[in-house]
Design a protein around this ligand. Structure first.
Ligand code: GRF
Length: 203
């Protein structure tokens, strides 16, 4: 029996990347199991997707806690309870503190809709359109203590067309996100990643 990587997927919204992971697992193409879906937004569409596929979901709202520390402690307890091996930030709109991140060295990954280090932070696709770059794309990276700046695992490039709006570019990038994220999770599940400083090697 293949060892399935135990995943927690953290979300805040639509959950299309969560869906892409679910689809690969259900198709038998990704040796992983989503043990937990955690959303900080009670209305996130991602929660409906989790329910539809029989996944355990939790709403952990920052507002329900006195401070960031107790909010993160709740998340930490859920992760611990399930012996989570990889935390996937898939459209999770909260910044995790260095204190939280240090518990999971090279065990948290994020997907970002630009070619980092270009256009970190919010509205990356709009930043790319406004800047006038000819290519953009998406990045999967390990999460370190600074926003969108951990070691890059892999990227996919898409062209930016002259008539692109942030919405049309987002759509083109999203198609690549849906392929890249499950692909990287698979590589991690197969233990084929080596990190040397900022550099990530896929064996
Ligand atoms: C994606 O564009 C992802 O790159 C960014 O947030 C968006 C989440 O989309 N971090 P979804 O919720 O997975 O549909």
């Amino acid at each position: 029996m293949i060892n399935e990587l135990k995943l927690a997927v953290l979300v805040s919204g639509r959950g299309s990347n969560l869906q892409a992971i679910i689809n690969k697992i259900e198709a038998g193409k990704l040796p992983a199991k989503i043990e937990l879906v955690i959303s900080d937004q009670p209305e996130a569409k991602a929660l409906q997707r989790a329910k539809k596929h029989g996944l355990e979901d939790h709403i952990v709202q920052r507002e329900a806690f006195a401070d960031q520390g107790t909010f993160e402690k709740k998340i930490f307890e859920l992760l611990k309870e399930k012996n989570i091996e990889l935390i996937v930030l898939a459209g999770f709109m909260r910044i995790l503190s260095p204190n939280f991140i240090k518990n999971y060295p090279a065990k948290i990954i994020n997907i970002h809709p630009s070619l980092l280090p270009a256009f970190p932070g919010l509205n990356a696709q709009k930043q790319a359109v406004d800047y006038g770059v000819k290519y953009s794309g998406c990045t999967v990276h390990f999460v370190n203590q600074e926003v969108d700046s951990g070691p890059i695992i892999s990227q996919r490039v898409v062209p930016v067309k002259v008539n692109d709006t942030p919405a049309s570019l987002s759509e083109r990038i999203l198609k690549e996100e849906h392929k890249l994220l499950p692909e990287i999770i698979k590589i991690i599940a197969e233990d084929r990643i080596e990190i040397k400083g900022r550099k990530v090697f896929i064996k």
